[in-house]
Design a protein around this ligand. Structure first.
Ligand code: ADP
Ligand code: MG
Length: 209
């Protein structure tokens, strides 16, 4: 299935063509239509199946660029993965002018993050501990958050982040949509998925792509 089969903005379609994304991967073809409809999605797909663009296109298409407040939050297990997600989101956002994507990860200095947060952002990508620290210090507000994404949920749980995730959830009660991506669907992932999503569509890819 081609991206042009979906109701995407012409800027997004032109940009996808530009960056050489023609056909959707299986994960994208399964998850993106539900995401664009505003449904909660739990997606199980292997590494390399294009999960970032599956949720990234959804986040960007739903963004109100005029509103300079975090409207989506992407939680990742590690700083490296958060950087990769932010890089892919920036590539996808090239056609949407002035979309500010901010990464907030541990291991980076706290002070400069405060400055960036004062400046504002549309999308925040980061690791649980640092995101929670900013929430507690009220340097990050999720009052305008529409979409929460848990990327690599199985790894976050394996790394012992479930308490942090639960605490972060208490700051995003008003969200409209929750998306969970995972390479495996363990009992732990199933549990957290049922707690955080509402009437979610479950998608699972069979092939490598
Ligand atoms: P995952 O998160 O599932 O491991 P990624 O989102 O990191 O996978 O994507 C893997 C690679 O595939 C990236 O290099 C990305 O740029 C590329 N990619 C994603 N979607 C497409 C597409 N529709 N067509 C071509 N390449 C794609
Ligand atoms: Mg990924």
């Amino acid at each position: 299935m081609k991206f042009s089969n979906l109701a995407l903005s012409k800027e997004m379609l032109a940009n996808l063509e530009d960056i050489g994304y023609k056909e959707m991967t299986e994960a994208q073809a399964q998850a993106l239509p539900f995401i664009l409809e505003g449904k909660d999605v739990v997606a199980q797909a292997k590494t390399g199946s294009g999960k970032t663009a599956a949720f990234g296109i959804g986040l960007l298409e739903k963004l109100d660029v005029k509103k300079f407040k975090p409207q989506s939050l992407v939680l990742c297990p590690t700083r490296e993965l958060a950087d990769q997600v932010a890089k892919e989101l920036r590539l996808l956002a090239r056609a949407t002018h002035n979309v500010k994507i901010l990464t907030l990860c541990g291991g980076a200095a706290f002070g400069p993050q405060l400055g960036s947060l004062r400046h504002g952002a549309h999308i925040v990508v980061g690791t649980c501990g640092r995101i929670l620290k900013h929430l507690k210090k009220e340097s990050l507000s999720l009052d305008e958050l529409d979409i929460l994404v848990l990327d690599e949920a199985d790894r976050m749980l394996d790394m012992g982040f479930s308490d942090e995730i639960n605490e972060i959830l208490s700051f995003c009660k008003k969200r409209k949509q929750t998306l969970l991506f995972s390479a495996t669907y363990t009992d732990e992932v199933k549990d957290i998925a049922s707690t955080i999503t509402h009437e979610a569509e479950f998608v699972k890819t069979t092939s490598k792509e």
